[in-house]
Design a binder for this molecule. Structure first.
Ligand SMILES: Cc1cc2nc3c(=O)[nH]c(=O)nc-3n(C[C@H](O)[C@H](O)[C@H](O)COP(=O)(O)O)c2cc1C
Length: 158
């Protein structure tokens, strides 16, 4: 599968979805690290504020050249209705190298679609598939079906 999955996760939900997707598709996954500390109360507050203010951050862990892949699958948690600063940074730096994109996010329940739409706008291309993972529903059969559908759309587009 000529697809690369790139994600950031603070608390593990985006990581769990990323693992399922990369397993299902048999594609490589790269986890981005945010060099700014996002743990604890101060980390939580700075995470929300930086996401709201659309700030960039210093990232590590994205080693592969996205230009070498037909499809880039991007996953982010939703913070204050926005993508995480780590994913904003990755997308801003690399969007000109993306051919096709598929997007997914993990959220508590609000803002995912809008945040994914912003990634679409920055990239200037429509995603072949989107998936919004609600934290409380990630173990449900319905979510598994949605994930399978997402993977099928990616597969058909590659
Ligand atoms: C700073 C911060 C802000 C958040 N804001 C939202 C939000 O606006 N909407 C929402 O549905 N969930 C929000 N959440 C919850 C996360 O999106 C949710 O827990 C998600 O599963 C986290 O993904 P992760 O486990 O991969 O880090 C927020 C979490 C944090 C830490």
């Amino acid at each position: 599968m000529n697809a690369l999955l790139v994600f950031y996760s603070r608390d593990g939900c985006t990581r769990a979805a990323a693992r399922e997707i990369s397993k299902e598709l048999g594609c490589r996954a790269e986890e981005i690290k945010d060099m700014k500390n996002r743990k604890g109360l101060l980390g939580f507050l700075s995470a929300g504020m930086d996401a709201s203010l659309k700030r960039l951050t210093e990232i590590k862990g994205a080693h592969r050249n996205p230009a070498r892949y037909c499809m880039i699958i991007i996953g982010t948690p939703i913070w204050n209705g926005h993508m995480s600063p780590a994913i904003r940074t990755y997308v801003s730096k690399n969007e000109h190298k993306f051919r096709k994109i598929a997007l997914f996010c993990a959220e508590f329940g609000l803002g995912g679609e809008k945040a994914l739409l912003e990634i679409e706008q920055i990239c200037g291309k429509k995603p072949v598939a989107i998936l919004v993972a609600k934290k409380s529903a990630m173990e449900s059969e319905e979510f598994k079906k949605d994930l399978f559908k997402f993977c099928n759309s990616v597969r058909n587009a590659v």
